[in-house]
Ligand binder design. Structure first.
Ligand SMILES: [Ca+2]
Ligand SMILES: [Ca+2]
Length: 141
């Protein structure tokens, strides 16, 4: 799974960035970047779950690293894996129906380790009946 993270700084030119991916790995220092120029890097997380991405910046190769940025939360998940067992299959049907009919709060009571938006199979940001056909398509492979 890949995620692209971009940040920018007004601290000056000759900026170097390092990203911490929240899974005990980090990027190399990347740069130099100019003032306001976005820096981006990507990472592959091996496990599903929640990750807090932070970045630090320094001015010049020998600069003193900044404090970490405010964390950016990302959540890696599989579309259609509504019961949160890392598989998208017929075992997700009950959880999917539950997500549609009980809403987000009700879903988390029943599936505290799941992720409600795995039911958003048409990826429009809403979990509703429009997700039924895409969910069936996911199950059918
Ligand atoms: Ca599943
Ligand atoms: Ca949807």
């Amino acid at each position: 799974m890949q995620y692209q993270y971009t940040t920018s700084s007004n601290a000056g030119d000759d900026l170097f960035f390092k990203f911490f991916w929240g899974d005990n790995t980090e990027s190399e220092w990347i740069g130099p970047y100019g003032n306001g120029e976005p820096a981006s890097a990507s990472n592959s997380w091996e496990a599903l779950g929640n990750y807090q991405i932070t970045a630090i910046v320094k001015i010049g190769e020998g600069g003193i690293p900044s404090s970490p940025s405010a964390p950016l939360a990302v959540r890696m998940y599989k579309l259609g894996d509504v019961n949160g067992d890392d598989l998208t299959n017929f075992g997700d049907i009950n959880a999917f129906v539950f997500a549609l009919t009980s809403g987000e709060a009700g879903y988390y009571i029943q599936y505290p380790s799941g992720f409600y938006y795995t039911a958003d199979c048409n990826i429009d940001g809403l979990v509703n009946f429009g997700d039924i056909n895409p969910f069936v398509a996911l199950l059918s492979g």
